[in-house]
Ligand binder design. Sequence first.
Ligand code: Z5A
Length: 217
Amino acid sequence: MMRGKFITLEGGEGVGKTTNLAFIKDYLQQHDIAVVVTREPGGTKLAEKIRHLLLDNNSEAISETAELLMMFAARAQHIKHVIEPALAHGHWVLCDRFTDATYAYQGGGRNMKISTITWLENLVQGSLRPDLTLLLDAPVDIGIARARERGAFDRFESEKISFFENVRRAYLLQAELYPGRIKLIKANQPLIDVQRSIVEVMRTLIGNCSVMPGNLK
Ligand code: Z5A
């Protein structure tokens, strides 16, 4: 059986990851591709518990190191119990955030050493890397305004604007470092245009798969 493709969606607050995840899922299913949709931190029972701890605004102060290790602990569970089995069965995996978020939030936002993140990435993931990452990028104020319309803020959403500016810069640096894998999508345009750009990228990925993965509908 042919291994599935691993696609991740990244970007700062309110750039439209959740909205476009549903769109991409439908697009893949229209092409008879079996797709597993998941998210980070989260995706398994234990990882969702860790997510709850990480996002809880009322918890004791979480140290930067603890936050980083919790992200990777959740990721280790997620890879072992969801991502790897799905890919091995020929399913495509569509994940709302993955390790680029760690470089952006813990690296850019919290100033954790990049070499430490890379060390943990290698430990937890081995050779697993996304086949494609869609980085939705928009000016911080636009994304935050969209996200905050939803109401109560979680622990990350309560950060200062400068934190999100650093996160955005770190994401853009990742895109510069990995131009083959990370495709930048301008997210401050009308949704229809964002989705047009996404389809262009997806078409190339699907077109490059000479044989479609297993579990065709
Ligand atoms: N985190 C981390 O620190 N380190 C890590 O390694 C990982 C994660 C994996 C999880 O949040 C938190 O964990 C995250 C980083 C941290 N921090 N925060 N905050 P999350 O990913 O679950 O949630 P989020 O980033 O806060 O996502 P979000 O606010 O839900 O944003 P979104 O999913 O990108 O946006 P959306 O819900 O699709 O859209 C927001 C609104 O904008 C909605 O009303 C849409 O209808 C609207 N929208 C979307 N696109 C458009 C366009 N183009 N025009 C107009 N309106 C639009």
